[in-house]
Write a protein that binds this ligand. Sequence first.
Ligand SMILES: CC(C)(COP(=O)(O)OP(=O)(O)OC[C@H]1O[C@@H](n2cnc3c(N)ncnc32)[C@H](O)[C@@H]1OP(=O)(O)O)[C@@H](O)C(=O)NCCC(=O)NCCS
Length: 186
Amino acid sequence: MCQREAVEPAVEFRRLGSTELSRVVEIDRRERIDVLYDQHGTQLVARHGKWSASAWDPDGHGEHSVEDQVLRLEHYVDTGGIALGAFASGRLVGIGVVVPHVRPRIAQLAFLHVSAPLRAAGIGSRLSEQLEQIARTAGDSDMVVSATPSENTVRFYLGCGFQPMAEPLAELFELEPEDVHMRKVL
Ligand SMILES: CC(C)(COP(=O)(O)OP(=O)(O)OC[C@H]1O[C@@H](n2cnc3c(N)ncnc32)[C@H](O)[C@@H]1OP(=O)(O)O)[C@@H](O)C(=O)NCCC(=O)NCCS
């Protein structure tokens, strides 16, 4: 489990229905990134620079468009994934998806985003813990994640007990070769 301070009580966590996945548009994705990691087996090598993640594109069809994210979320749920949302004052401020059994006894943490103004408040940890519990209950013993290689995100997953994998799952590596591929024993 992630050992972090409790999230403020005003945040409510619950399962998202398939008609609610389009609410991902409510998440503020913006982030400034000063360090990206390159993965060499289990070693991570830091690369310094100035990058940024922009807000979701509300109208386009590209990788960071709302349309593409909703299609991704629907695909995960259609293939057995379970989506959880974190709500503050009625607004979706965090979303996470676990897909159990992507391989025998292996679950995938397939999606995890917390709105920029509410990061570092424990919401991601709480979502991750609940998704891990869902995977355990489904009978999985390991969880994998294909993580954005940014400093904050990798630090988050390391803090949650994930470790870089020497041999990522081929199907996930093929989709995101620049990600940091990590694994945790549940
Ligand atoms: C990664 C992410 C889901 C973590 O959620 P979160 O609610 O910010 O995480 P928590 O508050 O539970 O945990 C905080 C820890 O995460 C790390 N972290 C992640 N983002 C951070 C940020 N913006 N500022 C400070 N710490 C951050 C730190 O290690 C921190 O631990 P520390 O306080 O002991 O240093 C969230 O930051 C996010 O949505 N990032 C952008 C999207 C992304 O990369 N998603 C993952 C895709 S694989």
